[in-house]
Design a protein around this ligand. Structure first.
Ligand code: FAD
Length: 731
């Protein structure tokens, strides 16, 4: 996996940015709207060779990849380029594929082109048809070259005109044409998605800058949390749209069997996000955004107009569902062919990672997973000692730790793959997660004695910890903990209460954050302890939850521990708490919601009692496609974060983006999919005939907590808005 651009692509981006900054700024876009084309920009784009760069060299092009072209198209989208760059490039490649030297030669000589995006007979409004030198359409059997009807005014220019294939000159016919035309549409989808991603980032930048500059109520409006959180959501969603668009382009470049489905996902998601980003950027401009003098209204109209070119955007959801689960759907996994020699963006895992994934899958397949899940759901304890020890025996608890510390030395990407496979199996691994976190913290901050005595036992799966951070009055603001640690000679005495101490009833140690100094700012007066759970004075009270998982309240009354129970320096508990982050890089749980969506999709394809398949209902397909696309956006953010970690970075903002997008998508998906089940969705797994063993009903009850623990969605938005976008502090 590699998400970087090559040096050549970086240079192309810089050169294209220079060109567009000069030839496609707000004034020029306004001027071009009436005609739909900026001829000076078009000439400059042709001079640079962009429209035909991705035509094979043997046919007069530069033989560049679609990814190379996409780098330029992203800039084109960001600057609202008023020229048919995408359309001409797609038509040129289509004609080249079919060996149609005429009219390809007209494009090679600098002509512009467009294609009618609907197949079959009849008139349809087509972008750039009013100005293009070459217009191609597909009537259902033949590819034809046609003339456009009269020019039409449009929501955002785009040189619209009606195109009707009737009466055109037939260029080619046959199955090869049908397939080539379908591929041209997929290329158009993916390239337009990249342009929309470019537009999204540009419009978000404009909105954020305006909000930083504009003051109301004596403060920049960017300091208001309601504005910050919308920006934070968009920052994550815009990043995900770019990843989705480039993944589709990459898949087309590589001829991946999943390319058409990925192109449809990119097309829908990038259109959705561009619309949303531009709409909110206008909104933060208040009344000024509404004035034609401001550029942001250009973004709003262009984003929406581009989105409408394929027709009702919801139709794309039907296309996604068909490609993903329809009769001819390829395997939903990306293909695992060997990595090509081409450098730059590559969304495929390395062969070693694929081998590791197979190893993990076959390990899981040998475990009595259904029985383990059944027990966990019956007891509410999301931990199973037998499974835990089997995981530890394989070394999976410390897969990403260096080998000299007992780990497997696996990359962050491998570690992420491992976790997603485990989450996706449905097996309860809260214990594994907590033990790994405690172990990783001890590795960084533990004393020699703790490392020698506790770490090996954690790694062997003999002992486990629980996390004593949250308190009745300290949740998101965990630095506000009030549990006291009072020095008494060589010992410490702990007094207080912790909320939500999950796994306390199974754990051997509590990793406890306590206030050791009440006279300094709150973050500076905390100390961390590792305390055996059998220490006198600790009491555990169970807490039942809506999701069925058990957690606990723990009470600490005159709990006396030696100084050797301290982890890290006195009053340095805050940094100890964050030390585990070094190894805790890829924890967002994508596997579980992915399993949910795929399970419901499989169920929906089976005929029900009345013989009908739920999947044949367009509303069901729409729900599935929406959920799966949102999750794919989250998966790419997650693996982007793992990829950055594997390069040695500490991608905190990127990790927050992944957690935010995935968990919020999980909540939406479980709610919408439960509605798909109707009254059958009322039945939990314990009832006979419960659909999918009550999986969806359980997901509905459980998913909400994923947006709360591990830092709530609002806490993630604070990180993304503050550190990611540099929005001014509001507290
Ligand atoms: C099942 C379960 C298991 C858990 N396991 C553990 C565990 O093992 N160990 C442990 O220590 N803790 C655990 N927790 C606690 C969990 O970490 C906290 O619930 C979480 O940090 C939120 O704290 P809170 O519940 O006090 O909510 P609060 O912090 O009171 O938040 C309430 C609401 O206010 C919002 N909010 C808070 N601050 C802001 C802000 N600055 N801006 C905008 N909105 C804000 C939150 O997003 C939330 O919607 C668990 C919780 C649950 C439910």
């Amino acid at each position: 996996m590699d998400l970087s651009l090559t040096p050549d692509q970086d240079a192309l981006r810089e050169a294209t940015t220079r060109l567009y900054a000069k030839e496609s700024h707000g004034e020029r876009v306004r001027e071009a709207e009436a005609r739909g084309l900026d001829p000076v920009l078009w000439d400059a784009v042709v001079q640079m060779g962009l429209p035909v760069m991705a035509v094979p060299e043997s046919q007069g092009g530069a033989g560049a990849s679609l990814t190379d072209l996409a780098v330029a198209v992203e800039v084109h989208g960001a600057h609202l380029g008023s020229a048919p760059l995408v359309e001409t490039a797609v038509v040129a490649r289509l004609l080249a594929r079919l060996g149609l030297d005429e009219p390809l030669s007209r494009i090679m000589a600098g002509g512009s082109a467009t294609l009618r995006l609907t197949a079959g007979p009849g008139r349809s409004v087509t972008a750039y048809a009013a100005v293009a030198d070459v217009i191609v359409a597909y009537d259902g059997t033949s590819l034809v070259s046609v003339a456009a009807g009269p020019a039409r005014k449009g929501l955002a220019g785009l040189a619209l005109a009606d195109v009707d294939p009737a009466g055109g000159t037939v260029l080619a016919a046959g199955t090869e044409v049908t397939a080539s035309y379908a591929l041209a549409l997929d290329e158009w989808r993916a390239l337009t998605a990249v342009a929309q991603a470019g537009l999204s980032r540009a419009t978000l930048d404009v909105g954020v800058q305006y909000a930083k500059d504009r003051h109301q109520f004596g403060a920049p409006i960017a300091s208001f949390q309601t504005i910050q959180h919308r920006f934070a959501d968009l920052h994550a969603r815009v990043d995900s749209s770019r990843l989705l668009a480039y993944q589709a382009i990459w898949a087309l470049d590589e001829g991946e069997p999943t390319a058409a489905g990925l192109a449809a996902q990119a097309s829908w998601w990038c259109g959705e996000i561009a619309d949303e980003a531009a709409g909110f950027s206008l909104h933060v401009h208040g009344g000024y955004g509404f004035m034609l003098e401001y550029d942001v209204q250009l973004h709003v109209r262009r984003a929406k107009a581009t989105r409408l070119l394929l027709g009702d955007p919801r139709q794309e959801l039907q296309v996604i569902a068909e490609h993903r689960w329809g009769a001819s759907a390829p395997s939903p996994e990306l293909s695992h062919t060997a990595r090509p020699t081409r450098a730059g963006m590559d969304f495929r895992f390395e062969p070693e990672t694929e081998a590791f994934r197979s190893e993990v899958r076959s390990f899981i397949a040998k475990q009595p997973i259904d029985e383990i899940i059944r027990r966990a759901h019956a007891t509410g304890t999301m931990h199973d000692w037998g499974f835990h020890r089997a995981l530890c025996d394989k070394g999976y608890l410390a897969a990403g730790w260096p080998t000299e510390f007992g780990g497997l030395g696996r990359s962050a990407i491998d570690q992420c793959v491992l976790m997603q496979e485990l989450y996706g199996s449905g097996a309860p691994i809260d214990g594994l997660n907590i033990a790994a976190m405690v172990g990783a913290t001890l590795l960084v901050c533990g004393s020699d004695e703790q490392k020698a005595t506790v770490l090996p036992r954690i790694l062997a799966g003999e002992v486990m910890g629980c996390l004593g951070y949250s308190e009745p009055d300290a949740g998101s603001d965990v630095a506000a903990v009030a549990t006291k640690a009072i020095r008494d000679g060589e010992d410490w005495v702990i007094e207080g209460q912790k909320m939500f101490t999950t796994m306390a009833h199974e754990a051997h140690f509590v990793f406890l954050l306590a206030r050791s100094n009440p006279d300094v700012p709150k973050h500076k007066g905390l100390t961390m302890f590792l305390i055996p759970m059998d220490t006198p004075g600790i009491e555990i009270t169970p807490v039942e939850t809506m999701g069925g998982e058990r957690t606990n309240i723990t009470f600490y009354s005159d709990v006396r521990v030696p100084d050797s129970a301290r982890v890290g320096e006195i009053d340095a508990g805050w940094s100890v708490m964050h030390a585990a982050l070094v190894y805790e890089r890829t924890s967002a749980n994508w596997g579980e919601p992915h399993r949910l969506v795929e399970s419901v999709a499989a169920w929906a394809r089976q005929p029900g009692d009345d013989g009908a398949r739920p999947f044949d209902d367009p509303a069901v397909r729409e729900t599935l496609a929406r959920a799966s696309t949102e999750l794919e956006a989250g998966r790419l953010l997650l693996f982007r974060s793992a990829w950055l970690s594997s390069l040695g970075d500490m991608p905190q903002v990127e990790g927050s983006m992944a957690k935010l997008v995935i968990t919020e998508a999980f909540v939406r998906a479980s709610s919408a999919l439960l509605e798909v089940l109707g009254t059958a969705g009322l039945l939990p797994g314990s009832e006979s005939g419960a659909v999918l063993g009550g999986l969806v009903e359980h997901a509905f009850r459980h998913s909400v907590v994923t947006t709360i623990y591990g830092g709530s969605s609002e806490v993630q938005r604070e990180i993304i808005g503050g550190r990611g976008l540099g929005l001014p502090r509001n507290r």
